[in-house]
Design a protein around this ligand. Structure first.
Ligand SMILES: Cc1cc2nc3c(=O)[nH]c(=O)nc-3n(C[C@H](O)[C@H](O)[C@H](O)COP(=O)(O)OP(=O)(O)OC[C@H]3O[C@@H](n4cnc5c(N)ncnc54)[C@H](O)[C@@H]3O)c2cc1C
Length: 388
């Protein structure tokens, strides 16, 4: 077994690390406070060619592996950019995989080069107010009208909707009652986000304020048939196809953010003097940091193996899920420890760890909550009865 990054991956990581020095913690805290999309970072990242890292070379991408993309995204979160950094670029890097795998040639030629150059922004609209984890209950409909679909409905939590011209949108083209399986009858459209048919309302939320997540209302939006991804009725299957890769990417990102938190915790523990001694001399301060470090390293190993399995086209669902669970829990613990180590200052925006903590929390819920990862492990790995 070889656990070292290859020389190209080391070079990629160093390039991203160097780029991120232009976007220090204060940049992200300001973006978070002002609820401002990080355009400068996004532009620099696109100009460096990273948006196309796993896109096929034919459309201007680099055609690299999932592990390479993981190296990039974890270097972003580890810099202190956290979720604000990686969510700003996530959909462009990875979210359009259904188009790459199942979209028509015409669609790929039209859109992928613009996504790679950073000129076209896209978001991802699946969740609805009454359909979160149970995606099959979505009600946003797309009805055929000649060569178009007419879309009506509402999505919720669509991240980056405000900045996007396009949304990879999951719709119902056949009512659930008329489907043999409830996962049938859903269709993915690459819809225009345009007024007046689409209206967007940001949701006030706990963290990652640099990238708004929004309610999005669709009222009679026309989408051309040529903007349909793959076959009608198979949208759910196309989504499932990308889930493992998404979970693996998140695992790497979470380890990156956890490491950023522990970097700040250890630094502070070495400097802060209380009762005439550095707080880091106390085992009560050291041990939680050490324990969080151990858990992050363990999670990283699982995430590396999961990415390796994916890149080698081996079954990777088990480790994709396990790595998502372990890494996001380890990240949450690390950010909590970082806040605790800073005492009262951990609660102050100036030390950035409260921002990390608020951001880390979301990964326990989205894109899939820990309960459903545990259900996967129970059912698919341990052969226990399905619980839902
Ligand atoms: C910041 C943020 C950004 C997001 N960005 C996007 C985006 O860009 N696009 C998009 O489509 N979606 C997005 N989401 C939505 C996200 O994917 C959902 O929140 C997530 O899938 C969970 O769905 P839900 O919120 O409806 O929870 P629900 O499905 O309502 O579940 C609520 C709680 O109940 C638990 N639960 C429910 N049923 C069971 C059961 N049978 N057994 C055990 N536990 C159960 C769940 O684990 C969860 O903790 C985002 C969410 C957030 C918070």
């Amino acid at each position: 077994m070889d656990f070292t990054l290859n020389s190209d991956q080391v070079a990629i990581r160093e390039t991203v690390k160097a780029m991120m020095t232009d976007f220090p913690d204060d940049y992200w805290t300001q973006k978070d406070r002002d609820k401002e999309f990080p355009w400068e970072f996004y532009r620099a990242f696109a100009d460096a060619g990273f948006l196309g890292i796993i896109m096929p070379e034919k459309y201007g991408g680099s055609g690299l592996s999932l592990t390479d993309a993981c190296v990039v995204l974890s270097a972003i979160t580890e810099s202190g950019a956290g979720l604000s950094g990686c969510t700003a670029v996530h959909v462009s890097i990875f979210g359009l995989t259904p188009i790459i795998k199942f979209g028509s040639e015409q669609m790929k030629e039209k859109y992928l080069p613009q996504i790679i150059s950073g000129d076209l922004h896209a978001c991802f609209g699946v969740t609805e107010p009454d359909a979160g984890t149970d995606t099959t209950r979505i009600r946003t409909s797309a009805l055929k009208d000649g060569n178009d679909y007419i879309v009506n409905g509402q999505k919720v939590w669509t991240s980056k909707a405000l900045e996007s011209e396009k949304c990879l949108l999951l719709t119902r083209t056949t009512p659930i009652e008329d489907c043999k399986k409830k996962t049938d009858g859903m269709t993915l459209l690459f819809a225009d986000i345009q007024t007046p048919e689409v209206s967007i309302k940001p949701i006030p939320k706990m963290g990652r304020e640099a990238v708004a997540s929004c309610q999005v209302f669709y009222d009679g939006l026309r989408v051309k048939e040529s903007d349909r991804v793959g076959n009608e009725g198979e949208g759910f299957r196309y989504l499932l196809d990308g889930l493992n890769a998404e979970r693996i990417l998140i695992a790497w990102e979470a380890v990156g953010l956890g490491r950023a938190a522990l970097r700040r915790a250890t630094q502070y523990a070495k400097e802060r003097i209380v009762f005439g001694r550095k707080i880091g001399q106390n085992q009560g301060v050291q041990f939680p940091i050490a324990e969080a470090h151990a858990k992050l390293e363990a999670a990283q190993l699982v995430a590396e193996k999961a990415a390796w399995q994916y890149d080698n086209e081996l079954p990777c669902g088990d480790l994709a899920n396990i790595s998502k669970l372990l890494a996001t829990e380890a990240c949450f613990e690390a950010t909590d420890v970082a806040v605790q180590t800073h005492g009262g200052f951990g609660y102050a925006a100036e030390y950035h760890v409260e921002r990390y903590f608020r951001e880390a929390r979301v990964w326990r819920i989205a894109p899939i909550s820990q309960n459903f990862v545990l259900s996967y492990i129970a059912e698919k790995i341990l052969d226990l009865p399905r619980s839902y």
